[in-house]
Design a protein around this ligand. Structure first.
Ligand code: COA
Length: 391
């Protein structure tokens, strides 16, 4: 590694954005495992990252790895000053006066500079180059009106490069065994049904239609462009394959989880369902690891989620299953991102214990807008800003 005095200035014209080779990717994972692989051994972490690049929807170009490096040196013999990856997701976008159109977005993840190269503006240079590139990256697949990332280092850094923060709140419920909540407010757990892998495709397809309608409605009422990442079956599959990998490593004697969500009773059009995933950041024994069961997506089929006792019971019945699964898998609790006001009102009716968190430093949903206008939280509506879109 070069002496710090030999390092190029971050603004040097010889620094370029490039794609790492397999060996360079491995070298980066070896260095960044401390940041994102705390729950796993180094070997398992590298295996996970390799695996995640080979599963739907990341295979066939769904993930792109990026590095900031020296243009004059050949692959595998060049320094990696900074690294990141981008994951492609399908989107809906609606402009005032227009129809909902489908396109793509790229979500940036794993932004990392090796410790020896930090504080010299290399990540800044990489992001400055990457932002505009992602506007047209893989344009043969679809049009991209925005890119996203989830900052774990607060709201300021990425805002400086054009990714200002959007809503980053969540509801947190404790893990609880079903038996301890059974019967409260007349609820019976059998009112909800568990969701398994085979149940998800049909619900995701339905949800796509609901979300399309919501995006159009939001543009109509706010007169602003509305965007959404589509909570499609492939996206859920990505989360569940990731979860499966983690559970296989962390619970070697146990079969990986098969319960992926819950759906309430009720006729089509009135049900409430959740799709969830257990996420592990650190050792199971450490309560500070932040391991959690995340609700990837919460759907109230009746978009207004009317404030009725019946709807509250439906919501409660599915959330209790999530709490039970959180307990079962030894994670701290259940987290639901950016709950709508209507669902919040229902939640109060359920009598469930919960807290509301407005995150300031971790998983800050951030969006770079490629269209006209400021493109910040005041001028663009991000519909369905929930955990499923995380990357
Ligand atoms: C964050 C990171 C990519 C920055 O790389 P870099 O090449 O040093 O970035 P730059 O030189 O462009 O910018 C440095 C600035 O980043 C910001 N920054 C770095 N780490 C930060 C943190 N944990 N919290 C808030 N800001 C942070 C600071 O503003 C810092 O300026 P300073 O050096 O004057 O304090 C690097 O520190 C890293 O790899 N950290 C570990 C992994 C990580 O947290 N990645 C970000 C995930 S969202």
């Amino acid at each position: 590694m070069a002496n710090s005095t030999d390092l190029p200035s971050a603004s040097s014209p010889t620094l370029v954005l490039a794609h790492p080779t397999a060996a360079e990717r491995r070298a980066t994972w070896t260095l960044n495992s401390k940041s994102w692989g705390a729950a796993l051994s180094l070997e398992d972490y590298i295996e996970r990252e390799t695996h995640l690049a080979e599963i739907p929807p990341t295979i066939d170009g769904g993930v792109t790895h990026w590095i900031l490096t020296e243009s004059s040196l050949p692959p595998d013999a060049r320094p990696i000053y900074s690294a990141s990856e981008s994951l492609r997701r399908r989107t809906f976008v609606c402009f005032p006066g227009g129809e909902v159109t489908e396109g793509i977005t790229h979500g940036i993840g794993s932004v990392f500079s090796p410790p020896a190269y930090r504080g010299r503006g290399y990540a800044a240079r990489m992001l400055t180059l990457l932002g505009p590139v992602l506007n047209t990256w893989q344009k043969e697949v679809g049009e991209s009106h925005f890119s996203i990332l989830y900052s774990d280092i607060g709201k300021k850094y990425y805002t400086g490069f054009g990714w200002p923060p959007f809503a980053s709140k969540h509801i947190s419920l404790p893990a609880a065994s079903l038996s301890s909540t059974n019967g409260v407010n007349g609820h019976k757990p059998e009112e909800a049904k568990l969701l398994y892998a085979d149940d998800l495709k049909e619900l995701c397809d339905l949800d796509e239609g609901y979300l399309r309608t919501e995006v159009a409605a939001r543009t109509k009422t706010t007169r602003k462009p509305s965007v959404a990442i589509i909570p499609d079956h492939l996206t859920m599959t990505w989360h569940h394959l990731r979860e499966q990998f983690m559970c296989t490593k962390l619970f070697p004697t146990r079969a990986p989880p098969t319960i992926h969500g819950a759906i309430s009773s009720g006729a089509l059009g009135s049900r409430i369902w959740i799709i969830f995933s257990r996420v592990f950041y650190g050792p199971l024994s450490d309560p500070k690891s932040g391991n959690n069961l995340y609700i990837l997506r919460l759907v109230a089929e009746d978009a207004a989620a009317a404030d009725t006792e019946e709807n509250a019971r439906r919501l409660k019945s599915v959330l209790e299953i999530a709490q039970g699964e959180a307990k079962e898998w030894g994670v701290g609790g259940v987290s639901v991102w950016n709950v709508s006001d209507a669902v919040k009102t229902l939640l109060q009716r359920t009598g469930l214990q919960y807290t509301t968190v407005d995150r300031e430093s971790e998983s800050i949903a951030s969006l770079m807008w490629y269209g006209e206008g400021r493109g910040d939280v005041e001028s663009v509506e991000w519909v369905g800003n929930e955990k499923y879109a995380w990357c």
